[in-house]
Design a protein around this ligand. Structure first.
Ligand code: ADP
Ligand code: MG
Length: 699
């Protein structure tokens, strides 16, 4: 008994040295950890491909052939030719060449397994796994697990085969000890197999069907506990009566609403209702507002702020950059004009002189709404009664800042929080990352938005593109030319390509012919940047050359062309954001993606997707399918804050829905999980395995 918690070093074949290696590389400490380390794919060792049918576009093949020659080049490079009845191919080795040379005796038959590749017009496999030939007919259809591995593990002797042996040993020691983690009623309702069966078959499936059953059970479990943990947090929050109650709508709201030059879209109206219900309900609002670029989130934010004001509280709107804060401020001031609500702008570049009255106004409550950057939550900024914080683009908002904002509420009550994002996030990802937030989606564009025609070109068509831009300028339009932002280190941005680009544009659009070009990048001083930006916003410049500093929010309805240079270096969501900068005015707009000569096929495909759709959610879904969720923007540079062992947010979306639905049902019945039949769930949750890193939660 008690084997599960035992250290892996006591497993036959491990010992202290290998144990240390495995702990370092895989964070596997106990036999239990080991058993929860699953293969990421399986190979059917009984299926052999005839050599003549091997092509480089498959991930792996297995061929069986007789060694016909072996050639050792200066003890470093071993080339072995093998043949079967259909043909002949090369196996190449750069490591362990001496040993391999001796093993692969001409005339002997072996099984080779690996990734075929095309080299100088013929196909070979580098470092195939070598096995004795298939002879045992009972091995037919047997699936062998392939475990994630690292170079260090391999060179330390923990090969795939060794890993299989360790798993086998661990299983025979502990299989009987494995305890069920899901209640019986959940297993029954979802047709899930018991955990011991799942563990055994995930490592050593007796056939494809058992593997599918085992894998479904383990994926479900993983997704279920993740959702249970998130939804439970949400329950705790929404049942806490700690929210500032805001029962009124207020005169300011009506004054703004009645003066709007347009009527709200159905989606905007729905979302405002949701927000009103939250703010009046007695618990703290934690809502994520998703809406594509141009869907009209600003209006929703302003009306929400006015609800706070109408109840005697203040509101702040926090933007990720100074430029955006300024732009928000300018827009919002217009909306507020009919309301008489006083609004202020506070950023890092607000001067000392301006700051004093501003801070006083916030402290005495005469300023109702303040727009700004992170400067809004500095210690020196005191609010009389901050009742709502709107955060634009949450992924740039850190944990510590969140805590500071939290503390700004009146008399210890947390302000309501509304997070806005224009980065469409696939539903499954949103459910996971924001599972504990309430989500509102503006899924309808204001009328009058024109489709943006998108095209993909190579450098050879740049002259034609310049001619086209000139035509647009002649029609009175403006153009953006955006370069990727390349960082040397966290703070310093390499601006050489945008500066070269600027020179190129100046040559193509000379001042003598009346063209005016502005340039904006992260290394300019605030004044200089603002000067250039204003020149473009106000129409004095025809072209704005920039890095992605203009990415979010900048509103220039007169701009009709968005050129994106080195487009292959951008993520899809980012391209989508940039494209959203045009198509806001009355005229037809264009987005021209310029790819560099060495663009990979995969990047080319992503760019083609951009040309085929303008739907941000579809783009996000496809992006996730193509690249996996870890690389998605809007999550984190380093990938997801959660570590899924077996489930995939892109492939297992149906199972995720099922698991979430199940978790919701369990909590609806028994919010505190105090019913004895749920005690097993509480035990699992307390292990903390499913705690999502504190990242999406605002509270
Ligand atoms: P987002 O912040 O979601 O990208 P904005 O709030 O900046 O979008 O709105 C984009 C543009 O659409 C703005 O010029 C805004 O005035 C306009 N707009 C917003 N709501 C409506 C509406 N219901 N009808 C018409 N135009 C709208
Ligand atoms: Mg906006």
């Amino acid at each position: 008994m008690g084997e599960l918690k035992n250290d892996i070093q006591f497993l036959p074949g491990v010992g202290p040295k290998r144990a240390a290696l495995i702990k370092n590389e895989l964070e596997i400490h106990t036999l239990e950890d080991l058993l929860h380390f699953y293969p990421f794919r399986y190979i059917d060792r009984s299926s052999v491909t005839p050599i003549s049918q091997v092509t480089p576009d498959v991930a792996y093949v297995q061929v069986q052939g007789k060694v016909v020659s072996r050639n050792l080049v200066n003890m470093k490079h071993l080339s072995v030719y093998v043949e079967d009845e259909t043909g002949r191919m090369e196996m190449v080795f750069f490591k362990g060449v001496k040993w391999t040379f001796e093993k692969l005796e001409p005339g002997c038959v072996f099984l080779f397994f690996g990734k075929p590749q095309s080299y100088n017009g013929h196909i070979n496999i580098v470092h195939p796994e070598i096995d004795s030939p298939l002879s045992d007919p009972s091995a037919q259809g047997v699936l062998t697990g392939v475990y994630p591995s690292t170079e260090k593990l391999k060179s330390g002797g923990v090969t795939g085969k060794v890993m299989c042996k360790l798993q086998q040993a661990a299983l025979s020691l502990c299989l009987s000890e494995i305890r069920e983690t899901l209640p019986d009623y959940v297993l029954k309702a979802h047709g899930l197999c018991p955990l011991p069966f799942a563990i055994k078959n995930i490592h050593f499936p007796s056939d494809q069907k058992s593997l599918a059953i085992a894998s479904r059970r383990l994926k479900f479990e993983e997704l279920f506990f993740l959702q249970l943990s998130l939804l439970k947090q949400r329950y705790v929050r929404s049942s806490a009566e700690n929210g500032i109650r805001m029962p009124h709508v207020g005169a300011a709201f009506h004054a703004c609403y009645n003066a709007l030059p347009y009527s709200l879209t159905g989606a905007q109206q729905r979302v405002i209702k949701e927000i009103r219900a939250d703010m009046s309900g007695g618990s703290q609002m934690n809502r994520l507002l998703q809406g594509d670029v141009g869907s009209g989130k600003t209006m929703v934010a302003v009306l929400s702020c006015l609800i706070a004001v109408g109840n005697g509280y203040q509101a702040c709107i926090m933007a990720p950059t100074e430029v955006l804060a300024q732009q928000h401020y300018a827009n919002i001031k217009k909306y507020l004009a009919p309301t008489g609500v006083q609004c202020a702008l506070l950023t890092g570049s607000t001067t000392k002189k301006e700051r004093r009255p501003l801070l006083e106004g916030l402290a005495d409550g005469s300023i109702g709404i303040v727009v700004g950057t992170h400067a809004l939550i500095e210690d020196s900024v005191q609010y009389r009664a901050l009742g709502l914080a709107v955060i634009d683009e949450q992924h740039r908002f850190g944990v510590d800042q969140r805590a500071r904002l939290w503390a700004k509420g009146p008399a210890g009550a947390p302000p309501h929080i509304l997070v806005m994002t224009a980065t469409p996030i696939p539903r499954t990802l949103a459910m996971t990352l924001y599972g504990d937030l309430d989500v509102s989606v503006i899924d309808e564009m204001p009328p009058g938005r024109k489709p943006v025609q998108t095209m993909l070109i190579g450098h050879n068509r740049l002259p034609a593109m310049y001619r086209f831009i000139k035509e647009q300028i002649a029609l009175g339009r403006q153009a953006f030319v955006v370069y990727p932002m390349i960082f040397i280190n966290e703070k310093m941005e390499d601006i050489s390509n945008v500066e070269e680009g600027y020179e190129e544009i100046l040559k193509a659009f000379p001042l003598e012919e009346g063209y005016k070009v502005a340039i904006v990048h992260g290394q300019q001083t605030g004044d200089f940047k603002a000067f250039n930006m204003d020149a473009f916003v106000q129409g004095r410049a025809d072209i704005l050359v920039s890095t992605t500093v203009i990415e979010v929010g900048v509103d220039v309805p007169n701009a009709s062309v968005m050129v994106i240079r080195s487009a292959q270096r951008f993520g899809l969501s980012q391209l989508h954001q940039l494209r959203g900068r045009v198509g806001r005015g009355a005229e037809k707009s264009y987005c021209i993606l310029v790819k560099d000569p060495k663009t990979s096929r995969e990047a080319q495909q992503r760019l083609e997707l951009m040309c085929s759709t303008e739907d941000g959610f579809e783009i996000a879904e496809q992006d996730m399918k193509m690249r996996g969720p870890g690389d998605l923007e809007g999550t984190q540079q380093s990938g997801l804050p959660i570590n899924l062992r077996i489930a995939s947010l892109s492939r297992d979306s149906l199972l995720l829905e099922e698991a979430r639905h199940c978790a919701q049902g369990v909590l609806d019945d028994d919010p505190s999980l105090s019913n004895p039949r749920n005690s097993v769930l509480l035990r699992e949750l307390r292990k903390g395995k499913y705690d999502i890193e504190d990242y999406s939660t605002i509270s």
